[in-house]
Design a protein around this ligand. Structure first.
Ligand code: C5P
Length: 230
């Protein structure tokens, strides 16, 4: 499935810093970036806009199959249009994250997004960020990273991020959301959030983001992936 195209997966729970680390790594390597969370967020927004019941897996999956999504720029985290409408700001809101985690529990919805995610695997290489990148979407990835951190630390970081983006954020509310999302992501039957058996696990609770990035980069170098890419 993956051929010889170099790729690295970065999985982990909400607010752990994997988006920042994945973007940094993709930029440093000059590789493509897959922000799979953005895909689930767009799918959640599409289902809500279509007015289907979010508890109905087949109806939601049908919307996902039909939706026209455009990611402008090289990564899924740049401008995002859904059925011709710019939804970039809405995708980043906490509400979209909650919507995403509700529909992500359905295997029909996960299957509907699989091909679109795998299509990102192109030369010169790919950094794929999400929950099941190493365990399900790219099981043959030569390097799998799993980032973890305490819920409290992740809530603190997420609050800071939201405030920097000019959005209001209350720590207690963000922590409640993160715990709810963790429970759903870790507890679901299909593709639950957990480290792949062959993943390198990094606990980032005490690590600043630049140290996390450097540590991931040294794993990339040790794995020989940069030699394959050049
Ligand atoms: O990473 P992000 O917070 O954008 O993801 C939003 C939600 O989408 C997650 O809480 C999770 O439920 C779902 N998701 C998933 N599998 C992925 C990426 C995201 O189930 N690979």
């Amino acid at each position: 499935m993956s051929g010889a195209i170099p790729h690295c997966t970065i999985d982990g729970p909400s607010g752990v810093g994997k988006g920042t680390a994945a973007k940094w790594l993709a930029t440093r390597l000059g590789w493509h970036l897959l922000d799979s969370g953005a895909m689930y967020r767009v799918a959640g927004i599409a289902a809500e806009q279509a007015g289907v019941a979010l508890e109905d897996p087949e109806a939601v999956a049908a919307v996902v199959h039909e939706m026209q999504v455009r990611f402008d720029g090289d990564s899924a985290s740049d401008r995002i249009a859904l059925n011709g409408q710019d939804i970039t700001a809405a995708v980043r809101e906490e509400g979209a994250g909650m919507l995403a985690s509700r529909i992500a529990v359905f295997p029909e919805v996960r299957d509907a997004l699989l091909d679109a995610q795998r299509a990102f695997l192109q030369r010169p290489g790919l950094v794929a960020d999400g929950r099941d990148m190493g365990s399900v979407v790219f099981p043959d990835a030569p390097l799998k990273i799993f980032l973890d951190a305490s819920a409290e630390e992740r809530a603190r970081r997420r609050c800071q991020q939201l405030r920097q983006a000019g959005m209001p954020a209350i720590l207690a509310d963000v922590l409640t959301d993160i715990r709810a999302r963790d429970a759903r992501d870790r507890g679901r039957k299909v593709a639950p959030l957990k480290a792949a058996k062959d993943a390198v696990v990094i606990d980032t609770t005490e690590l600043p983001i630049d140290a996390v990035c450097e540590r991931i980069f040294s794993h990339v170098q040790d794995s020989g992936l940069t030699a394959v890419a050049s």
